[in-house]
Design a protein around this ligand. Structure first.
Ligand code: AP5
Length: 216
């Protein structure tokens, strides 16, 4: 199965993509995670990504398209994947169609997580992750079982994303409204778009996604 999760920053794309990876064996392809790995490596791409991400802007299409084309071509993606954070522009959406067309493959569904923008600030400002294994948490909605200790690896060190501050989040939302939301009609016209209430609690969002996939 090949899926796209769409929605503004903090809508829950990463949270739900991880669950689809666990429940259906789909590979999570997060362009944000790929770029953060490049930043951590200190490569020239990473230095560019650091500047762009901290400004809340989008990376150039060509770079992101090449990154995804290379990743989708790897053997682990043959059994299906869930795109988290890609496509984000009409050009990226068209490039994805070309990539899949060359492989005689098609998208199964595009799931839009609909959310109330006011809630996104709370979601994003409460987010943190394990500095060692990357497991994601939230101060209110997903606390570790033992305070200060990662449920997955037991580490006691946590970190926050540099782009999770009010000013950058406002720019990221602007980029979503201006450049990403316009691709929704493209998928709606092709009957691929399914809307899920991203404001529901995490388990209910998962249930709604599974129901939408079961109905395909
Ligand atoms: P990226 O990493 O993709 O960030 P984003 O799209 O802004 O999305 P987030 O990761 O912030 O949110 P999410 O929807 O995954 O929510 P999450 O599940 O974490 O991109 C970062 C940057 O990279 C971009 O700004 C851009 O510069 C660049 N970039 C990336 N892709 C690009 C592309 N294709 N083209 C160009 N540039 C690109 O949830 C958020 C929090 O809420 C968590 O703490 C979670 O626990 C909690 N939560 C989740 N669901 C719920 C729920 N239902 N109820 C309550 N809490 C919830």
């Amino acid at each position: 199965m090949r899926l796209i999760l769409l929605g503004p920053p903090g809508a829950g794309k990463g949270t739900q993509a991880k669950r689809l990876e666990e429940s259906r064996g789909l590979v999570q392809l997060s362009t944000g995670d790929m770029l953060r790995a490049a930043v951590a490596s200190g490569s020239p791409l990473g230095q560019q990504a650091k500047r762009v991400m901290e400004a809340g802007e989008l990376m150039p299409d060509e770079i992101i398209i090449d990154m995804i084309a290379e990743r989708i071509g790897q053997p682990d993606c043959r059994n299906g994947f869930v795109l988290d954070g890609f496509p984000r522009t009409t050009r990226q959406a068209a490039a994805l169609d070309e990539m899949l067309g060359r492989k005689r493959a098609a998208l199964d569904a595009v799931i839009e997580l609909t959310v109330d923008e006011d809630a996104l600030i709370e979601r994003i400002s409460g987010r943190f992750s394990c500095a060692k294994c990357g497991a994601g948490y939230h101060e209110k909605y997903k606390r570790p079982k033992v305070d200060g200790v990662c449920d997955v690896c037991g580490s006691t060190e946590f970190s926050r994303r540099k782009d999770d501050n009010a000013e950058t989040v406002a720019a990221r939302l602007e980029a979503y409204r201006g450049q990403t939301a316009p691709i929704l009609p493209y998928y709606q016209e092709r009957s691929l778009l399914r809307r899920v209430d991203g404001m529901a609690d995490m388990n209910e969002v998962t249930r709604q996604i599974e129901a939408a996939l079961a109905a395909l």
